[in-house]
Design a protein around this ligand. Structure first.
Ligand code: SF4
Ligand code: SF4
Length: 291
């Protein structure tokens, strides 16, 4: 499809991950938009939070060639021979993103995959997201979106026209607590989640299981109570449970950011199974994800 300048918007992207086997089904290309208005203390992608382009310094692969340590090194990413200094985020127009996506089209056809837009919160860069998804649809590519659904949606029609499948996070469901801890208004989330469901879209709720936060019994019970009627009506087929891990912790240090969850234990398999069982007892199909 020939595109004009109006169809070539720019967005700040921090990763395009090809050949991904999660987050939407089949083999997928994940496009990660940079920037998130929320602050989950357990966020495993701290590099996604700011919309600014950032520098990340990885001590583990620094060979101290120009400075006594990685953090004090003044070299640019291009000057670093090991990749210990890395630029995170890049402005890309949709032409460029589409050209990356096209490299994977052959895999989508054989696996039932497609493109997943993610973040951060991809809806912060909504105009570019709509344009990218529209262009994917014009190419016959299946689309999915990972979102909090808790930011202003400028055009629900466009969103539902261009997205085949939504993966929507449910974290702390109590509005006051969610506002205090994450800054996320669950009233907005619920309203928009319900609107998307009412349009007949496929939606998979995803629940990060964070000990001391989302995995608390009261919170899990409240999420089950909220989601159960949608499952009973067949509007939701399954929910995904994502046990807490510490895989993102090193990135905080590399970015010079504080990480408050360093001492928090990862979720054990036993704890995760107990929570999964609660969903099952309420006839809610679960997928326990270990990635
Ligand atoms: S250039 Fe890279 S490898 Fe060399 S000291 Fe700086 S950060 Fe370390
Ligand atoms: S909403 Fe997602 S990207 Fe934003 S802070 Fe929470 S976990 Fe991180």
């Amino acid at each position: 499809m020939k595109v004009n300048d109006d169809m070539n918007k720019e967005a700040v992207i921090f990763n395009i991950q090809r050949y991904s086997l999660h987050d939407g089904g089949g083999i997928r290309t994940m496009v990660f938009f940079k920037g998130c208005p929320f602050r989950c203390p357990w966020c495993s992608n701290p590099e996604s939070l700011s919309t600014d382009v950032q520098i990340m310094k990885r001590e583990s692969i620094c060979m101290c060639c120009s400075a006594p340590d990685c953090m004090s090194c003044k070299n640019t990413p291009d000057e670093c021979p090991t990749g210990a200094i890395e630029k995170i985020g890049e402005k890309m127009n949709t032409d460029r993103i589409i050209s990356e996506i096209k490299k994977d089209v052959v895999f989508y056809e054989s696996s039932g995959g497609g493109v997943t837009v993610s973040g951060g919160e991809c809806l912060l860069q909504q105009e570019a997201v709509y344009e990218l998804l529209e262009r994917c649809k014009n190419l016959g590519i299946e689309t999915a979106m990972e979102t909090t659904a808790a930011v202003t949606i400028k055009d629900m029609n466009k969103l539902c026209d261009y997205v085949d499948k939504f993966l929507i996070d449910f974290k702390i469901i109590d509005r006051k607590k969610s506002m205090e801890i994450i800054g996320l208004d669950t009233d907005i989330l619920k309203k928009q989640f319900e609107k998307i469901i009412s349009r007949g879209k496929k939606v998979i709720p995803r629940i990060p299981l964070i000990p001391g936060f989302t995995a608390e019994e009261k919170n899990i019970n409240s999420i089950i109570e909220y989601l159960k009627p949608f499952c009973e009506r067949g509007e939701i087929q399954e929910v995904h449970l994502l046990p807490f891990h510490q895989m993102g912790s090193g990135k905080y240090k590399s970015l010079g950011m504080e990480y408050s969850m360093e001492k928090n234990p990862e979720m054990s398999d036993e704890e995760a199974y107990i929570i999964e069982e609660k969903f099952r007892k309420n006839n809610i199909k679960t997928v326990l994800r270990g990635d």
